[in-house]
Design a protein around this ligand. Structure first.
Ligand code: NAP
Length: 271
């Protein structure tokens, strides 16, 4: 079987729709009415996920982040190894490394554990998700501290497509896959793409880190995370969030979705 964690999430929902229905078990925290078999389990009780795994299964490892995520996912990796799982495909993030900012740290620790666990693995390291963008636009504006840096966004459906390809092909050599969309943009250019799709102006407002931190706090993010996120936006110009990989095309046989196509599909949300 293919056991899919995070099955109600943005990647997970797309993934369960791409896999052979009779081979999938979707791990959910509460019944979700997905179009495949569901099993209720929780990363905070890793044994509930471990109990779903049998020899030869393939595991898709993914969840949102919380302070205990690295311990929880590493415990599930250990249980998958004990169960004789044939492959783990996990979702990490571009630039993952222990000690890195925000999600880079837990993902770096999970990735290191996965590489050492003895189970064949595929670690997916996507850039930022296009699906974040609609929620950031309010009153015709969105904010950041990116300056003129070019950054990359990928559609989560392309992350799911890569995972589906890996989980349904014979288990290949373990690898880390950097996943990107097809183009990188400054945020002013992103605003232009969104404006064209929305049919009305949407402006990108660049803020210094302290002002961006205050903006994020006003939108409900706790202070330390807000400051770290604003600083990460500023630093994207100094780190590699713009270079492109061919992994989506190489692994799925078709190019990743463009930002223009995503914006057109979500025009109402942007407007
Ligand atoms: N956002 C970005 O730009 C970005 C970029 C690169 C990488 N990533 C990585 O992508 C991953 C998130 O993927 P996504 O966007 O598909 O997720 P998502 O839409 O945020 O959904 C999160 C999923 O995790 C499940 N979940 C959360 N806590 C759980 C727990 N304790 N036990 C079991 N399931 C739990 C949720 O279940 P419920 O429905 O029950 O809540 C949901 O299915 C994260 O690792 C993130 O670091 C994000």
């Amino acid at each position: 079987m293919i056991v899919v964690t995070g099955a109600t999430g943005s990647i997970g929902r797309a993934l369960t729709g791409l896999l052979p229905r009779e081979e999938v078990v979707a791990v959910v925290r509460r019944p979700a009415g997905l179009a495949c078999a569901e099993a209720v389990a929780d990363f905070e009780r890793p044994e509930t996920i471990g109990g779903l795994l049998s020899p030869g299964d393939r595991l898709f490892l993914n969840s949102s982040l919380w302070p205990g995520v690295a311990d929880a996912q590493r415990a599930v990796v250990d249980l998958a190894s004990e169960a004789g799982v044939a492959q783990i495909v996990s979702v990490s993030v571009r630039g993952a490394r222990p000690g890195g900012p925000l999600g880079a740290d837990p993902h770096g620790r999970i990735d290191d554990h996965l590489r050492a666990c003895g189970v064949p693995y595929a670690i997916l390291r996507p850039s930022g998700f296009m699906q974040n963008l609609p929620g950031e636009v309010r009153d015709g504006r969105f904010h950041g501290s990116y300056g003129e840096a070019r950054v990359n966004y990928i559609d989560t459906r392309d992350v799911a497509a890569v995972a589906a390809a890996l989980l349904t092909a014979p288990v290949g050599p373990s690898a880390v896959h950097e996943l990107t969309g097809p183009e990188s943009y400054t945020h002013a250019e992103i605003a232009a793409v969104i404006s064209a799709a929305a049919g009305k102006p949407v402006a990108y407002v660049d803020l210094p880190v302290p002002e961006m931190t205050a903006h994020l706090v006003a939108r409900g993010l706790p202070e330390p995370a807000a400051g770290a996120l604003a600083a990460m936006m500023r630093d994207m110009g100094r780190t590699d969030w713009w270079s492109l990989s061919t992994a989506v095309r190489d692994l799925t046989g078709r190019p990743p979705r463009t930002l223009a196509a995503f914006a057109a599909e979500h025009a109402a949300a942007f407007a």
